[in-house]
Design a protein around this ligand. Structure first.
Ligand code: EPU
Length: 432
């Protein structure tokens, strides 16, 4: 298990640049499968989830190659397999997007069901209902979904009213782009990552109305054309640096961000008493003392993102007063709380609400990350804490954050990877 070691207590100072968005790039990679030719996607983050998606595309026959540090060329002219390997879907739910793209282009897809994961049950029933509405015959056997249609036909689809689903919106949209006739998707997600995919498809020749709204009208087209397209910045990575500066204190400017994607997050930082200055594509945050307590409820965009909820908890953990955070998207997204409490925070859970009584100090401890965002929350806690923190399960960080350690080191943090048995020796030396 990969580990990260942090010696906390140093304020963060300086400038940091965010990478392209993981959750926007994953749909773009799948969308490239709809195109019989080459797509070039710029600003793709170099992270393990993208590597897994590239493996997935290659296993289907697409040619994928980075042509510079973040521009990925995908040539899907010659797709040989319509069956996605189990181990890749199991590793990373985002790879389920290939279902909509394969079904949309070839009328057939065989993709293992991704199953639950540590942040909650995460079913794919909305995706499958959408495929069925478009006329596909969908079967689930032995954990594998098989979808088939002579030709998909446009339909009126009302996405489930309990949740707006990012994944189902993308998957059904991918399937509908080349379908016969008009598809209307109501209660669609409006996340910037979804909008990014809509723009990619539109630039490639898709006919999509209502881009960025919750009602999409997709008129199927014959084919899409290859193009060069730039993915959006990662608003979750940006949020992590901003929250880290709030919790560990300091003065940091985060560059290459899209501030209008972050309105609610910036509101929360200001409510926590941080000084936030916004420029065209950067955000500067300053924090000298302890933050103030605040209240947050996660919600679909433009609400506060569930992916930054664990980071916000750490800010609340060191704030003056009692912070209240309600999680409304995933039923098990507080799984990091016990670990944080081992570092001295005072967080009590009541169903989907965390009551966080701020403490003056966190203390370093050995802790374990169980998902990507729990991992970054523990990193922030380690940066804010007195002493030494060792985070196991750090492979989750590599799944979602490009060079997180290097970027934090650039801000003055004392953080490094610890991947082998020599670590204990080094750790003891460090503690002396
Ligand atoms: N849901 C269903 N049935 C479905 C689909 C979703 O009940 O068929 C429920 C989910 O269980 C959840 C809610 O709907 O309670 C919303 O889930 P959504 O489908 O929007 O999530 P997702 O598409 O599986 C993406 C991101 C997540 C992010 C969520 C919410 C990717 C690859 N993943 O997941 O990101 O938390 O949207 O914004 O885009 C992460 O990056 O760490 C991460 C988990």
């Amino acid at each position: 298990m990969a580990r990260v070691r942090i010696h906390g207590g140093n304020p963060l100072h300086g400038d940091v640049t965010v990478s392209g968005s993981k959750n926007a790039s994953l749909p773009l990679l799948a969308a490239a499968l709809l195109i019989e030719g080459q797509s070039i996607i710029e600003n793709v983050p170099r992270i393990d989830d993208i590597d897994a998606m590239i493996h997935m595309l290659r296993s289907l026959g697409a040619k994928c190659e980075f042509i510079d540090s973040s521009a990925l060329s995908i040539d899907a002219a010659d797709i040989k397999s319509l069956s996605a390997p189990y181990d890749l879907v199991r590793k990373m739910r985002g790879s389920f997007y290939v279902a909509g793209a394969l079904l949309g282009r070839f009328g057939e897809a065989e993709v293992p069901l991704p199953g639950g994961c540590v942040i909650g049950s995460r079913p794919v029933d909305f995706h499958l209902n959408g495929f069925k509405a478009l006329g596909a015959v969908v079967q689930e056997r032995h954990g594998v979904m098989r979808a088939q249609a002579e030709k998909l036909t446009g339909a009126h689809i009302y996405m489930d009213s309990r949740y707006r689903s990012v994944g189902a919106t993308v998957n059904v949209m991918l399937a509908a782009t080349l379908a016969d006739g008009v598809t209307v998707i109501e209660n669609a997600s409006r996340e910037p990552e979804v909008l990014c995919c809509q723009q990619f498809l539109e630039d490639a020749g898709a006919d999509i109305r209502g881009i960025g709204t919750d009602i999409l009208v997709i008129r199927g087209v014959e084919k899409l054309d290859g193009q060069r397209f730039r993915s959006i910045p990662d608003r979750m990575e940006a949020g992590t640096f901003l929250m880290a500066t709030g919790a560990a204190r300091g003065d940091v400017t985060v560059h290459s961000v899209e501030p209008r994607h972050m309105t609610t997050v910036l509101e929360v930082l200001r409510a926590a008493g941080l000084q936030v200055d916004v420029d065209t594509d950067s955000v500067r945050v300053r924090s000298e003392g302890r933050p103030r307590a605040f209240e947050v409820t996660t919600a679909p965009y433009p609400g506060f993102p569930t992916d930054l909820q664990p980071n916000a908890s750490v800010l609340g953990a060191v704030a003056v007063g009692t912070t209240v955070i309600e999680e409304t998207i995933f039923d098990a997204r507080f799984n990091y709380v016990d670990e944080l409490n081992r570092m001295g925070s005072d967080i009590q859970l009541k169903d989907s609400v965390a009551i966080i009584r701020g403490v003056p100090k966190l203390y370093g401890a050995p802790v374990e990350a169980t998902d990507i965002r729990a991992g970054s929350a523990l990193v922030i806690a380690g940066l804010a804490a007195d002493g030494y923190t060792e985070i196991s399960g750090a492979e989750f960080l590599a799944r979602g954050y490009e060079n997180l350690e290097g970027k934090l080191q650039g801000l003055g943090a004392v953080i490094e990877s610890a991947r082998n048995a020599e670590d204990d020796k080094a750790r003891n030396a460090w503690n002396r």
